[in-house]
Design a binder for this molecule. Structure first.
Ligand code: COI
Length: 353
């Protein structure tokens, strides 16, 4: 694939790696390519980071036909740069494309383009502990048209953001609030696709949770409002009586790559792990009888996010005395060791720049 590069004439000042936060700073360049029915995906190019000009009627603005991904590049102690399971992200992005009627792209070429972009931006991969370069590939519907149908034209772009911790709490337990009034997604809908609408659907309940002093919402299934699905924008895990349990992928849950990583690691450690339906009543009962040992979320942005408190209807339960549990710590450390090149990874998890 021929990628044309136009370099920025004026580079931005580099931020302090120790105060990055999440998702507010962007590098000097971005990758772009376009889709048209006649040419397919074409016009691959690296350009200075900047606004995308669009007609006010552009379809993505009206009907949300969009997919995106989140993955990271890490700086190893030796100074080299590596990616964690990047091919899985591009594979999932194509799966999301199918759900949103967006034409698929060549995943190997997209990864090649990402490597070229990061080669140009390599000084932006931060060096401070627990920092990384967050990568946001996105596809948007570009037809200027107000009828409801799939767009004929699209833009694929990749932007990069140097990041620290996702939550202000860092790796400290968050408080979560169970809602029965709102659902994030339903089976047969878009819940398992990484698309903007799922995040828009999460905002109202998240604001309500914040008003009650909670960091995140625990989502129940959209049909019975009984089975646990996700937490905030992450997958969720429970440790009950020594067993690691996560909701099985039901069609409305995002197939998280960190989720898959946790399951794979647990299996290699000989820890019992199951993907199954788990109801909020079972979680509350496990707390009642003293077998609910840990709860934590998993996602690319925060990796592992321990849960210290859950509010469900009038009940508030504290998990592990509100402290980070040993299993959450073990997964967090093991994943970080692999991502930063301190530990051997299973085949195909690490790709070097
Ligand atoms: C994640 O990586 O955990 C997320 O899904 C959050 C992201 C949308 C910022």
């Amino acid at each position: 694939m021929q990628i044309l590069s136009t370099l920025s004439k004026k580079l931005k000042p580099r931020p302090d790696d120790h105060h990055l936060g999440f998702g507010a700073l962007f590098t000097d360049h971005m990758f772009n390519m376009d889709y048209s029915p006649e040419k397919g995906w074409h016009n691959s190019r690296i350009e200075p980071y900047g606004p995308i000009q669009m007609d006010p009627a552009t379809m993505v603005l009206h009907y949300g036909q969009e997919v995106f991904e989140g993955l990271k590049a890490f700086r190893t102690a030796g100074g080299s740069i590596q990616f964690f399971r990047p091919k899985d992200n591009f594979k999932r992005m194509n799966r999301s494309c199918r759900s949103l009627c967006i034409p698929e792209f060549d995943a190997a070429q997209a990864f090649e383009a990402l490597k070229q972009l990061i080669t140009i931006e390599k000084e932006w991969v931060p060096r401070a502990p627990e920092t990384s370069l967050y990568i946001r590939p996105t596809i948007i519907a570009m037809d200027p048209f107000l009828g409801v149908r799939a767009s004929h034209t699209y833009r694929f772009f990749i932007i990069l953001s140097p990041v620290g911790a996702y939550y202000a709490e860092g790796f400290n337990p968050v408080k979560i609030w169970v809602t029965r009034d709102h659902v994030r997604a339903v089976r047969g809908g878009l819940g398992e696709a990484k698309t903007s609408g799922n995040y828009a659907a999460s905002l109202y309940a998240a604001e309500e949770a914040h008003r009650h002093g909670y960091t995140q919402v625990l989502w129940l299934d959209g049909v019975e409002q009984r089975y646990v699905e996700e937490v905030g924008s992450m997958n969720i895990f429970f440790v009950i009586d020594g067993e690691v349990v996560t909701p099985m992928l039901s069609g409305s849950i995002l197939p998280g790559i960190t989720r898959d990583t946790v399951i794979a690691l647990a299996r290699t450690w000989g820890v019992q792990v199951s993907e199954r339906k788990i109801s909020i009543d079972e979680v509350m009962a496990a707390h009642e009888n003293g077998t609910l040992e840990e709860v934590f979320g998993s996602g690319t942005a925060a990796v592992i996010s321990p849960v210290g408190e859950i509010k469900y209807e009038e009940k508030i339960i504290t998990i592990g005395k509100g402290q980070v549990g040993p299993m959450a710590k073990r997964f967090f450390n093991a994943i970080a060791d692999i991502q930063y090149g301190r530990a051997e990874a299973p085949a195909n998890w690490i790709e070097k720049l």
